[in-house]
Design a protein. Sequence first.
Lengths: 528, 688
Amino acid sequence: MNEATVNGQQRALTGIGAHTTALDWLRSCGLTGAKEGCAEGECGACAVLVAQPAESGRSAESGQSVASGQSDGADGADQTQWASVNSCLIPAAALNGQEVVTSEGLGSPADLHPVQSQMAANGSSQCGYCTPGFACSMAAEFYRCGRAGEAADVDGERSTDGAVTDDGGKPADGAVPADGTVPDDEHGPNGFDLHALSGNLCRCTGYRPIRDAAFALGAPQDDDPLAARRRKPAPGPVATDITGDDGRFVRPATLGETLDLMAGNPDATVVAGATDFGVEVNQRGRRDPLLIAVDRIDELRTFEATDSHVEIGAALSLSEVERKLDGRLPLLEGMFPQFASRLIRNRATIGGNLGTGSPIGDAPPALLALGARIVLVSPAGEREVDLDGYFTGYRQTVRRDDELIKSVRIPLPVAPLTAFHKIAKRRFDDISSVAIAIAGEVADGVITRARIGIGGAAATPLRAHDTERALLGNPWNEATINEAAAVLGAEGTPMDDHRASAAYRQSMLAQALKKFHAENDETLEVSA
Amino acid sequence: MSEILESTEIGRPMVRQDGPAKVRGLAPYAYEQPVQDPLHLHPVQSTIALGCIVSIDTSAAEALPGVVAVLTHENAPRLANTDDAELAVLQGHEVGFRGQFIGAVLAESPEVARQAAAAVVVDYEAEEHDADFRADHPQLTEPNAATADTFDGDVDTALRAAAHTVEATYTTPAEHNNPMEPHTTIALWDERGLTLYDSTQGPHPVRQTIAPVFGLQPDQVHVIAPHIGGGFGSKGLPHANVVLTALAAQRSGGRPVKLALTRQQMFTVAGYRTPTIQQVRLGADDDGRLSAVAMDAVEQTSKIKEFTEESGQPARMMYATPNRQVTQRLARLDIPVPSWMRAPGKCPGMFGPEVAMDEIAEACALDPIELRVRNEPESDPETGKPYSSRRLLDCLAEGAKRFGWDRRNARPGQRVQGRWRVGLGVAASTYPFLRQFSEAKVSYSADGTYAVHIGAADLGTGAWTALTQIAADALGVSAHRIRLEIGDTALPVASVAGGSSGTASWGAAIIAAADEFLAKFGVEPDPGAEVQTAAPRDSAQKEYAMHSFGAQFAEVCVNVDTGEVRVPRMLGVFSAGRIINAGTARSQFIGGMSMGIGMALHEQSVMDARFGSFVNHDFAEYHVPANADIADVDAVWLDEVDPLAGPLGARGIGEIGIVGAAAAVANATYNATGIRVRDLPLTPDKFL
Ligand SMILES: Cc1cc2nc3c(=O)[nH]c(=O)nc-3n(C[C@H](O)[C@H](O)[C@H](O)COP(=O)(O)OP(=O)(O)OC[C@H]3O[C@@H](n4cnc5c(N)ncnc54)[C@H](O)[C@@H]3O)c2cc1C
Ligand code: FES
Ligand code: FES
C-alpha cells in the first residue's frame, strides 16, 4: 500500500493523482496547518518537515565514492535530518514511504514544541497565516546538527515594552561598523542561521518577533522525539507506481528501470525536486501522462572529490551539495545562499537546474566558470559533454529525450580567484536579473586563466568567450579590466523588462568584473 | 470628554491569546471552516480591458467530469441591487477591466473547477481601452466623493516672493496589499438565508454590504470570521469574489461553495493602492518658515467605480503656512478597481511632501528636524480646531536622541564605508483618530467568568488580546475571567477593522457595556446577568483635531557599484495615545514600518497599459520584504494617554507605522549619495 508517516501516524496515500501536491493531500487529511499562500514556492506558508538522509561534509573525502541515499560510511552515516520544504510543489506521490511532520505534529497536544512556545511567547504571529510554515522552517534549523544550540541571552533591547519612559535608547554610533561591511546579522547568538527562514514570507510582523523567537531557542532536549529520530536512518526511497485520472507517477527502483521506462515512453517527464515542475503544475495547469521520479536514484546521488575533479550527482539537492562540498569550491559557496531560499534548496537539484535550462538559472553560469562537464546516461551508456556548448537555444540542450543527467564533473584544480555575483531585485528568495561567475588566475602580473559564465544576458546561459580573450595574457591591471568590462557589456543581449533595464543589466556585468579586480587586487600585490 | 479607564491589564505586554492555536496551525481561517460536502468555484476572468462579450461557450467546460455548473452573465441569478458596479457580478455582458469576473465554474474539486474555467471559450467585441496613467491625462476630473480642494491665501504669489522654493514632482506606484491569506469565502444558502465564512476585516460591514445586493434583510446574512490572515485594507469591504461565491451557491443545490482566490487573481479583483503623481511646491523664508504649501495630486480610479486615494490629506494639516493649495484629480481608466491599502491617502500623501521638506531644509540650510520645529502649527491648519494632542516635536526629539541624529552629516555623500555610501534620513508621520459606532454585550456565568461579545474581527492586529485586556479592566477583574467572542455577525454590531479605529471603537463599546453592567448588577452579579449597549457618541471629535504623530528615522547604505539600497537600521517614535498591549502594539508599528521599507525598496505593481493589466502579479515578481530586507527596525512610543480620545485614551496604531517610512528611507538615500530620487521604489538603477 502507498502510505506516508505524517506526524508519527501512518496515512494511506489515497485519492491522489500523479499531479496532486503534498499540500493538497495533507490538507485533505484535515491537517490544515500547512497553508497555501502562493502555490509557487515563494512564500513558505506551506512548509512542512520531511525526514531526509543526513550526510556530513567531508564524509566522501578523496576518492571515496558514496551514495548518500544509502550508507555514508562516515560520521553522517545512517542518520536523518529534518528538512523544511515547500509542500505546494512536491507531488504527494513522492511522499510514499516517507516521514512528514506538519506544524500540528510539532510538540504534543499537551505541550507546545520549543519552537512553538518561543513563537507564542515572542508574539511571532499577528494574523498567523504564515506561522505554521515558519514553525516548520524554524524547527528544521532547531534540529540542524552542528548548530551551536545554546539559548541566547536575549538582550534588553528586545524587551516588548517600547514605551519611552527612561533615558535609555540605542547607542548613537549606529549599526554600520567602521570596517565598511554592512552587518548581515545572519546568525543568532545561538547559532541559528537566518537563512533557514529565507523562504518564509510574513506580511504582518516585520520579522522581528519571529527572529526573537529563533534566537531564543536552546538545544533540543534528550527526550525530544524528533531529535531522537535523527539518530536512525532516514526512510529509503520506495518504488512507487500511482495512477490517477490525471496521469501516472512512477518512482523506479533502479537507474536501469528508469532508463527503460524513459526509452519506452518518449512523452514521459522526469521530475527531481519538482521545484520547477510543481510551479508548472500549479500555475500553468501542466498535466503530463507519465512522471518519473529520479530524485532518489542512487547513481544520481553520488558525490566524489578526488585530486582531479569533484563529481556531483544530479539528484542531490543544493542543500546536500552545499554540505558535501563543505567550502571546497568557494565559487559555489558564494552561489548557494543566493539561490532561491533554503526551502527550495532543500529540494531543488543540480540536475533539475540544468534540466530546466533556464537562461536565468544560477548554477549554469557558476558551472561554466568552473569548466564543468555533464555526464549523461542512457540505455546506450554514458557520455560526457562540456557544459559550454550544452545549451543550444532557449530551454534547448544537446541532451536527448532518452538521456538523464547523471552528474556534473568539475575539473580540479579550480582557478584560485573566483567570484559569483547575482543581481536580483530582492536580496534573497529571488531569481536573477543577471548573474555572473568568474574564475581566474594571475601569474607574475599576467592573467593566465579566465573563465566567465553569465546568466540573464541571452536566451541561454553564456560563456563570455570574448571577455575571456580580452583578459588572457594581459596584465592584471585596471586598464585590462576596463577593456574587458567593455567587452563583457556587449556579450549577449540582455532583456529590458520590469525587473531591470538592459542597460542596468549590462552595467552590472561590467561592474562585477571591476569588483572582482578590486577585491583581488590587494591580495595579489601582497603575494607578488 | 469621557472618563478614562484605569488600567491594570491594559498596557501589559500580555501574550497573544490566539498565539498557541496559531503556532500549532490549529486556528481555523475561512477556507478551513468545517462544512459538509462543499463544491469548489473557479472564476473565469476577462482577457480584454474594455468591450463586451459576444458569445461565451461553456460546452467544453460543462462536459468535464465533476463540473456541476458553469455560470455566465447569461444564466447567473439576478442580483437585487447592482448600484455598485464592482459587486454587480455576472449581471451583464459588458467588460470594464481586464481580469473582471465574467463567469465561474462550480465543480466537485478545485482542480476540475480550474481546468474547466480554462476551457470556457469567450468571444469579445473589444473597444479601445485607456489604461495609461499620466499627469497630463486629457480627462482629469475632480473626485465626486472626497475632500474638496483647499485654497488658502495665494500660493503662486507667495512662491514668487519666497526666499527658497522647492517645486518637484513625486510619484508613488500602484501597490498591492498582499495579505498572506488569499481572499477566501465559503457561501451557503438555507431557509434562514445566506451564511458566509469570509476572510474579512468586518463581518458586520460584509453583512451590511451584501444583504441589499441579494435583496435580503441584514439578519438574513450570517458572516463568520474568527481568524483572518491579514488584510491591510483589502479585506475591509467585500469585493466581487464574495458576491460571486454567494451567487454560485444559489446554483449548488444547497451545498456550500468555496472560493479561495489565487495570488494572481488577487492582483485584479481584491483592490490595490492607486499610483499617485504629486506635484509639490513649497516656499520658505530665510528662517525656514513655510510661506506656501501646494500639493496637487493625480491618481487613478476605475471607470466602473470611483475610489479616491485622499493623498492630499496630510498636506492640509501637517505644517503651518499662510498660503496653501491642495487638489486631487482622478484619471478614470479601464483598470481594476483600486481600494484601501494600509493608511490610504496618508501613506502615499506623506511621501512627496516629506521629501520636499527635506529638500527645502537643505535649501534653507536647516536641519530637517529644526525645519519642522519652525513650522509647527498652534492649531489644526485644516480646521482651525485645537489639537487634543500634537507631539510631533517630542517624537522627533526623542528619536533624534535615540537614533544618533547628531552624527548625520548635513552634506550629502560624505560617509563612505567600504563599497557603501551611508546616510541618515528623517520624516514625519501622522494618522487621524477615528471612532465608529459599535455595540458590545457583557454577561456573567456561574463559573465566575464574564462573556464579552462583539462582532469585531482580528485580522492579526491583536484584537483577541487587546479587547480581553480592556474588558478585564472595564469590569475590574483579571483577564483570565474574560471569555471574549468576536468574528461573527451573531454578536453585537461592530465597525470594520480599518482606519486604525477598531480598538478605540470596540473598546469604547465594551467599556460602555461593562459600566452599565456594573451599575446594574454590581461586582457580584447573578449568573445570567447581561447587558448590551453601544458606546456613547463622543463630542470631542467635533471640538478638537485629533491625530497621532510620529517620527521615522532611517539609516541606509547604498552600494557604490550596484546602487542597491539596504536599510540596516530604522526607528519610529510614535505618539498614539494610550498603548493597550505593549507587545502587539510594537509588532503593529514594526510591521507597518517594514511594509514602508517594502514600499521604499521594492513594491510596485507594474501596469501594462497595452493590456490594462498588472504584469508582476505574483510573489515571484511583486516583492514584499523578506526576512533579510528587514534588519534592525525598532519602534517606541511616548508614554501618554489622550484624555480626549474616548474612554481608552488611545488613538489607534495599525497604520501610522507605514506613514512617512518610505520618505525617511528616500531622504536617507539622498544623504548617503547626493542623488535625490523622487519616484518610488528606490531601485538600484536610480543611484548609478
Ligand atoms: C520560489 C522559487 C525560487 C527559485 N529560485 C531560483 C534561483 O534563485 N535560481 C535558480 O537557478 N533557480 C531557481 N528556481 C528554479 C528551480 O528551483 C531550479 O531550477 C531547480 O534547480 C530545479 O531543480 P528540481 O530538482 O526541483 O527540478 P524539477 O522541477 O524536478 O525538474 C526541472 C526540469 O529538469 C528536468 N530534470 C530534472 N532532473 C533531471 C535529470 N537528472 N536529468 C534530466 N532532466 C532532469 C525535469 O524533467 C524538468 O524538466 C526557483 C524556483 C522556485 C519555485
Ligand atoms: S504556498 Fe507559497 S510556497 Fe507553497
Ligand atoms: S503573521 Fe500575518 S503573515 Fe505573518
